[in-house]
Design a protein around this ligand. Sequence first.
Ligand code: ZN
Ligand code: ZN
Length: 306
Amino acid sequence: MDETLPQGLWRLPWPRLRRALTVAALHLHQFLWLGVFLVPFQLGLLLAALVLGMVLVIGVEMGHHRYFSHRSFRVGRGFQCVIALWASASFERGILWWASMHRLHHRHSDTPLDPHTPLRRAGGGFLHAYLRWAVHPRNAEPDYRLVKDLLAYPELRFIGQFPYLVSAAYAGLAWGLGAAGWVGSSGLQTWVWLYAMPVTLCQQIISAQATLAHGVPRLPGSYQPLPCKDASLNHRWLGLISTGGGFHNNHHHFPSSARLGLRPGEWDISYGAILLFKRLGLVHSINVPQRALDYGRTGRIGTDRS
Ligand SMILES: [Zn+2]
Ligand SMILES: [Zn+2]
């Protein structure tokens, strides 16, 4: 990994402290959901937590994954900034780190150089792919050489370096809603239900996808219809709750495609969001290779990859 910091970026000068803070913050977020035992239950807040959790998953799948990692559609600079903030609210380390790690994942899928393979024969494992990889010293910093396209934008450099400011603002907003008495709850109650629970839900779905979509353990109903060198699989339910990312074999076969659910019954919610934003004039140049569309229609694939 290249340790030099590109021009225009800043970070704490002490790598050990930097890593300790990141590890502590990530681990702390594994337990925030326990706050539900400290506050009264409200059905309305539970429903809001589920909706917000799925909104965060769309932020990760549409933002971190399909836009920043694969650039599979285009947006204007203002909406690009909105997507960066939206994705960063999920407490998933930020766009520069996420895109760098994900591009490595595709380059070396299910080999020892893959940052989060769950396959033991490639040096991974279930726990490694679920959580440990994110705090592994090898993955502590982004490889900035892999995200030069994102570094070209000062606002993306800032959001990518300080994603926890976005999370802090989101957490403060959730607390403030309750503290201001706008939703008939206390500050702690709205913080638990509108911040801690949605972030937990989002992180568990994304973590589960990292390992289940590469076959560890192999979920009943998983299928691999398209030839790939890696262990990527599709799964209908995983695809649904991950807003499309669980059609992972489709994705590894057509990595540049903005649409991951291709066959009937492969419901791709993030692609629906991309189409909605296109209707609103915020998204253009959506890339879906003709071969992917042909496969979706016929169930058969051609020969050239795109
Ligand atoms: Zn990908
Ligand atoms: Zn994968």
